[in-house]
Design a protein around this ligand. Structure first.
Ligand SMILES: C[S@@+](CC[C@H](N)C(=O)[O-])C[C@H]1O[C@@H](n2cnc3c(N)ncnc32)[C@H](O)[C@@H]1O
Length: 220
């Protein structure tokens, strides 16, 4: 059995060449985001956006919740993939980032499918639970502050229907999770979250060593 392939820059370029289908609207949003301080680091990779869309379509997601909008690249990928009549509810604590995404969402013709909320994700998720009820979401994408992950995950699991999908971003955290010298709060938070998830028998889990680490969680 072959081991885990080490991804070089050349291989990443190759993958993009043969499989990335990023249109002009997404590319413009990515370029505008890249001009922001930390823009490239904060935004989902284009390949990841494409994977999110594929997963959403695969499960026929109608109600999608995104925790951490930033400039809305992932939001746009998800909004295009949502089933007819469905929507993406996305939240961010900072108003200025989602505002950058709005013209791109409009240009792509999906603005009416996006419910963009500003506020702390824990509060937004609690409100959603009251508004929509448990089991109302098909897909939750968690991609905000790392210490908040356990809270967001628990709320997401309650919001999610049986067989629904949670996708958690940055679960390898720049590879720092496996570096004993890395003891910063974010790395520790991700390590604790991954360890908790590994033991959580309410779900089926797969941690993909893709992008910055993407964990797929199916609610049993
Ligand atoms: C990694 S970025 C999200 C990237 C985005 N999903 C994308 O597709 O490009 C993380 C975002 O989480 C937001 N954030 C941080 N703490 C938050 C909190 N407590 N509640 C809601 N959003 C938060 C940040 O403002 C930032 O925009």
């Amino acid at each position: 059995m072959a081991g885990q392939l080490q991804i070089t820059e050349e291989l990443s370029d190759y993958v993009r060449t043969v499989s990335l289908r990023e249109d002009e609207i997404l590319r413009s949003l990515r370029e505008q985001t890249a001009a922001l301080p930390m823009g490239t680091a904060m935004q989902v990779m284009a390949e990841e956006g494409q994977l999110l869309a594929l997963l959403a379509r695969l499960i026929g997601a109608r109600t999608i919740v995104e925790v951490g909008t930033f400039t809305g690249y992932g939001t746009l990928c998800l909004a295009r993939a949502v089933a007819p009549g469905g929507r993406v509810i996305t939240c961010d604590i900072a108003e200025r980032w989602p505002l950058i995404g709005v013209p791109f969402w409009r240009e792509a013709g999906v603005l009416d499918r996006i419910d963009s909320r500003i506020g702390d994700a824990a509060d937004v998720l609690a409100t959603l639970l009251l508004e929509e009820g448990p089991g109302s979401a098909d897909f939750v994408f968690i991609d905000a502050d790392k210490p908040g992950y356990p809270k967001y995950y628990e709320a997401a699991l309650t919001l999610l229907r049986e067989n629904g999908l949670i996708v958690v971003d940055n679960t390898l955290f720049l590879g720092r999770v496996a570096d004993p010298a890395a003891g910063d709060a974010d790395t520790e938070a991700i390590r604790a979250f991954n360890a908790m998830l590994g033991e959580d028998r309410r779900v089926e889990v797969s941690l993909l060593p893709v992008a910055d680490g993407i964990t797929l969680v199916r609610k049993l």
